[in-house]
Ligand binder design. Structure first.
Ligand code: ZN
Length: 331
């Protein structure tokens, strides 16, 4: 479903923005995209990962990949230092790959999807969630609730089918009220984003379009409220006006989902560089510190939406900041 190869023209690459069918990607993405698409399709590796949080069954469902120039995700990093850090992590210095780790939780007879994923709103490598749902025997109409941490395209893109319908036809969709007011009720000023103007315009349009099909029955929440027993939202403002984190809990077990507090652990946890797309960088930094401190102090299992799949690990407090410790794969 939604498999679409993007053919790039020299003109679109030169323009730095690729917009074949309303999708957004950086020119730098394209080489990586083409090779990774082939790799992902050819490997046959799973795109889902099951575990438990107490009585709650949890499954990370990959929606695929997005990415861009590393400097976007580490906006205040000195260029040479950033390159050196990436090189030491054996990562490319010209492109940062980000995952799309949506989480399905099954609790008290309800199937709840945390984040909808990007679809193809931010490049051709998203939209895999439907295949990964099918791989665990589920269809989109098996989903009862979708909760969105914030309304950026990579978190809402899959809500809309290609013909404008609801991709999860039975699901009640929850989104933070402050994001709805900023991105949907008003014309958002995205001049703070370190990306070309065209990209910003299509970014805003992708948000609007993705949410169109659910506008009439969207449930707007204030960060801090409980969605259902076992799923609480926590304010994590700054990245967007309304961004929430999620706490999944059952008995003494907990899982913290950090949404976009950090894009990649190497640049936003192991190094405290500021994500360029943060709208209010000071507030976002305060949210990051508050929530990372809590995660480290309580030794919480953490799921990072954009971290290397399946995105699970823990946060360690160090003398100078924090360190990301990935969790071992469990069979
Ligand atoms: Zn994101």
């Amino acid at each position: 479903m939604n498999r679409r190869r993007v053919i790039l023209t020299a003109a679109s690459v030169a323009a730095g923005v690729v917009l074949p069918t309303g999708s957004i990607a950086f020119a730098q993405d394209t080489a990586a995209a083409a090779s990774t698409a082939q790799g992902v399709n050819a490997s046959g590796n799973v795109g889902h990962y099951r575990f438990r949080v107490g009585d709650i069954a949890a499954t990370v469902l990959s929606d695929g990949l997005i990415g861009g120039p590393p400097q976007i995700y580490a906006s205040d990093a000195p260029e040479a230092e950033l390159e050196e850090v990436l090189r030491q992590a054996f990562l490319p210095t010209d492109h940062m790959t980000l995952n799309l780790n949506t989480l399905l939780i099954e609790t008290q007879g309800r199937r709840i999807l945390l984040e909808a994923g990007a679809g193809q709103t931010m490049g051709p490598l998203g939209g895999r969630i439907f295949d990964n749902l099918a791989a665990i025997g589920l269809r989109p109409d098996d989903i009862d609730i979708v909760v969105i941490s914030h309304t950026h395209p990579d978190h809402v893109g899959n809500l809309r089918t290609a013909d404008g319908g609801k991709a999860f036809p039975r699901a009640t969709v929850f989104a933070p009220r402050a994001d709805w007011d900023f991105f949907i009720r008003n014309e958002p000023d995205l001049s703070y984003m370190p990306v070309p103007k065209d990209f910003r315009r299509h970014f805003a349009a992708a948000i609007r379009q993705s949410l169109e099909s659910v506008t009439n029955d969207i449930e707007l929440y204030e960060a801090g409220t409980e969605i259902v027993p076992g799923l609480t939202t926590l304010p994590a403002l700054g990245h967007t006006p309304g961004m929430a984190n999620f706490l999944v809990h059952s008995g003494s077990d907990q899982l913290l989902l950090t949404a976009d507090l950090a894009y990649h652990p190497i640049v936003n946890i192991d190094h405290a560089w500021l994500p360029g797309p943060d709208r209010d960088k000071e507030t976002a930094l305060a949210s990051r510190r508050r929530i990372f401190d809590m995660a480290a102090a309580d030794r919480l299992p953490v799921l990072g939406f954009h971290f290397p799949f399946p995105g699970l690990g823990r946060m360690l407090k160090t003398d100078t900041g924090y360190a990301w410790v990935p969790a071992d794969w469990q069979f």
